[in-house]
Design a protein around this ligand. Sequence first.
Ligand SMILES: *Cc1c(COP(=O)(O)O)cnc(C)c1O
Length: 228
Amino acid sequence: MSDLTSNINEVLEDVRQAAARSGRDPAEIGIVAVTKTVPVETVRLAVSAGLLILGENRVQELTAKYPLVEGAEWHLIGHLQRNKVKYITDKVSLIHSLDSAVLAEEINRRMSSMGRVMDVLVQVNIAEDPNKYGIKANQVIDFVETAAQLQGIRIRGLMTIGPYVSDPEEIRPVFRELRKLAGNVKKMDLPGVDMRHLSMGMSNDYIVAIEEGATLVRIGSAIFGTRK
Ligand SMILES: *Cc1c(COP(=O)(O)O)cnc(C)c1O
């Protein structure tokens, strides 16, 4: 068995077990295979192995790989500059990284002009890490209320990037906080907003994230090996 195949099997088994431990159906947890720096041939193998959601954090890499890989959907998971929105509106099914009002307006403008709607997640900077993008937790309600008025975007949930720590248990409160916030947004019951997705958990911490309610885990190195 190749490294890729055994890595994928291991991740699938971990997801299954974490779901079982928390009384969840593993089918409700989507694995976003993060393909940054991964060659196209390897990405194709991952898709053949059944990983049907691919994630890139850079627009340029996404648009380069997009025409070369069939049978999968793409998500943008990293910071999106306003002037690059136009390159991805016809390629991605979900943007995990809505992190500012100006970005919301630009996505809305592009989608509205095509008569379409983009699904987005609001990125939340739970730990208020100055090196990370995202809306501060105490501003999420206001942000969602305003963004919900834009007809060209549909808010489907929240996303966060956990702080890097060696023990994933330390991140549990961050994931819990994101879930709590999503509950608060849901209570607002805004038209065009639902909280079906919690995008949280990466290679180092996806098991904890699933235990805390993640519906999308973004996994790179645990599938494709360490990036150079
Ligand atoms: C790179 C990246 C990941 C995946 O990271 P791994 O630790 O390799 O699993 C997840 N989310 C975002 C936003 C990323 O940029």
